[in-house]
Write a protein that binds this ligand. Sequence first.
Ligand SMILES: [Zn+2]
Ligand SMILES: [Zn+2]
Ligand SMILES: [Zn+2]
Ligand SMILES: [Zn+2]
Ligand SMILES: [Zn+2]
Length: 260
Amino acid sequence: MFNHYFFRGAAACSAYKKFLSHTTAEEIILVMDPPFGGLVEVIIHTIRRIMADWSCDTNDGRELPVFWFFPYFLEHWIVKGLPSLRMLHYKVDYDNHVLYHKGSRGAKHGSPVRLFTNLPPVSIKLPQEEGYRFCAKCQCYVPSDIDHCNKCDACTSKDGRQYRHCDKCQRCVKPSHVHCDKCNQCHLVDYKCSDGKVTGCHVCGDLDHKRRDCPNRNMKKTKRPICKRTAVEISDGDITEDSSLDVNSGRQRKKLKKCH
Ligand SMILES: [Zn+2]
Ligand SMILES: [Zn+2]
Ligand SMILES: [Zn+2]
Ligand SMILES: [Zn+2]
Ligand SMILES: [Zn+2]
């Protein structure tokens, strides 16, 4: 995944090429669930390479569809590297992981893992019974208990909580953050900003807290999950609002399960 290496040599490589050359955008999707410590730039390099192989083999004008499971706080780097990707609000739970699931023993705000995709977000229907609703302004599914921010014109929550709009920062911020006039941005109340400079967090890259305050500081200490229960299913045909991907749909052509 990181170096596009084929363990079974030329035969495996030609099987890969043959598979790519016979698939249309409706029949293929690149699913990646890499270790969360993996470098975003390297993974993007591999995705771009597979995208190039596919479009060169098929002459399909569209981009190879991608599903990439990764933590929400790396969104900035993912979208910067592959601007066609959008982060969905769906919290991806893992049955066999100590942190990435909901419930009393899971992470404080539920799993930080999200799905990044270049398919239209409107086409991926998130289940109402798991607490999602459709936001017509964003044209995507969002947690039902968060409001659309009219100033940002988006459902701005990243971690699943309702964010608060700060007029001074001109963006929505986490509910636990307050505006600091010293460094002219919002951060945690007990964050010690020195000389008005914020150097940011070494764990998740956020500028509004330091490593010791990082809600995700345990990420690198934990082992990655082995297998995920949640399956995302794709319905037949062109993706429109009517024939959308439905996590609960009975009409499935492909069932994508994460297993390593
Ligand atoms: Zn919205
Ligand atoms: Zn806002
Ligand atoms: Zn400050
Ligand atoms: Zn602010
Ligand atoms: Zn952090």
